[in-house]
Ligand binder design. Structure first.
Ligand SMILES: Nc1ncnc2c1ncn2[C@@H]1O[C@H](COP(=O)(O)OP(=O)(O)OP(=O)(O)O)[C@@H](O)[C@H]1O
Ligand SMILES: [Mg+2]
Length: 357
């Protein structure tokens, strides 16, 4: 391994803990980091992004240059951080980790950049949450490998140009749409991560079970995979919860029956909807008659942050045909009514030509 794994894992878990502040999750994070694929070959699914990225890295290696800047976008838990780490490891370069919210001043970024060596990979998680001045400094650094550090204030302020050795920026975002155009355009390669197919999640569950020493049947793995919301992080988490159940209530082997009972206990339904997903469609149908309703109102009604509803619940609900985004707001589809065991209104309010907001 070109970088020191323990250090990396420790840095990552500290970084992630800073973001979540939930001490109890520390252990989960450590397991998560142990389950990360370490090379492109180990990555399951995402074939398009993997092939494209593989080419970008190979070409850079042949030229002996740092690869182009890479932007990774997609819903949480699909592998953005994993891929960032793989980019560094495939290039044999050290990885530096930071995140948009951690860079509050341009000076924070300047000090990170000035400590970089040629070929280093800088990973900026949640890059859409960086401050404006830092963002502008980053444009310049990405394009010209140079930044202007402003010393002093007012008329006496001077800008001192600072050269930065060629590096590769890897940005991750759950909201590519929120990135300003000039920043987005400076990435040489953008990989959009998609939700995983059940067959791919099945492979991931088997792989993780092997690493964790969990005994499971093919049917047990398939059950976990099909209830994982197309998301490897969730597949791994459910596997651990099902393992607990198997250990305490049975003989430790994860069978179809055990997986089904455990997942019912954890309120993950047959289609993989979790509590938040169900709360969103439930409120939408029962309280707002199917919509349309603005996302902020919806978020208040389910007692969550707007961002959480938009970034975590919605992509999955939209992709699975339970919810639609319309210019007037969010609406429930007939599949959502059906999933809740409710009768959909004969004419949905938003389809009624006399409907007025
Ligand atoms: N393609 C994959 N194959 C196998 N396991 C994967 C894959 N992608 C992700 N994982 C697993 O899922 C977990 C979550 O992935 P990761 O942390 O990279 O997601 P992320 O996109 O960075 O999420 P977030 O937006 O929340 O930061 C990892 O611990 C890893 O074990
Ligand atoms: Mg991440």
């Amino acid at each position: 391994m070109p970088f020191h794994e323990d250090e990396l894992a420790a840095a990552e878990s500290a970084h992630l803990q800073g973001l979540t502040a939930a001490e109890a999750e520390g252990d989960e994070r450590a397991v998560e980091s142990a389950l990360r694929p370490r090379s492109l070959d180990e990555v399951v699914g995402q074939t398009r992004v993997r092939d494209q990225l593989g080419l970008v890295l190979e070409a850079a290696r042949q030229r002996g240059r740092a690869p182009d800047h890479v932007l990774l976008s997609g819903p949480p838990g699909l592998g953005k951080t994993t891929l960032a780490m793989i980019i560094a490891s495939e290039m044999g370069s050290p990885l530096r980790l930071t995140s948009g919210p951690a860079i509050t001043h341009a000076g924070d970024l300047a000090s990170i950049l000035s400590g970089m060596n040629e070929g280093d990979v800088l990973f900026v998680d949640e890059i859409h949450r960086m401050s404006r001045p830092a963002e502008e400094m980053l444009y310049m650094a990405m394009e010209d490998f140079r930044v202007d550090v402003v010393i002093g204030k007012g008329p006496g302020a001077t800008a001192i140009p600072l050269e930065i050795p060629p590096f590769t920026l890897v940005g991750a975002t759950t909201r590519a749409g929120l990135l300003p155009g000039p920043l987005r355009d400076r990435f040489g390669f953008t990989g959009h991560l998609e939700f995983y197919e059940p067959g791919e999640l099945d492979l991931i569950v088997h792989r993780s079970a092997g690493l964790l020493g969990v005994e499971l049947t093919d049917e047990g793995a398939a059950e976990i995979a099909s209830r994982s919301r197309g998301t490897p992080r969730i597949a791994n988490r459910l596997l651990r919860r099902v393992r607990d159940f198997a250990q305490v209530r049975a003989d430790g082997v994860v069978t179809l029956d055990i997986a089904g009972r455990a997942l019912d206990l954890y309120e993950v339904d047959a289609l993989g909807l979790d509590r938040l997903d169900r709360a969103v469609i439930d409120v939408l149908c029962r309280r707002f008659g199917g919509g349309p309703v603005g996302v902020s109102t919806l978020a208040v009604a389910v007692g969550e942050e707007r961002e959480t509803v938009e970034e975590v619940a919605e992509p999955f609900l939209v992709r699975n045909g339970f919810l639609a985004r319309t210019p007037r707001g969010r609406v429930a589809t007939p599949a959502a009514w059906e999933h809740l065991g409710l009768a959909a209104p004969a004419v949905a309010p938003w389809q009624d030509p006399l409907f007025e907001e």
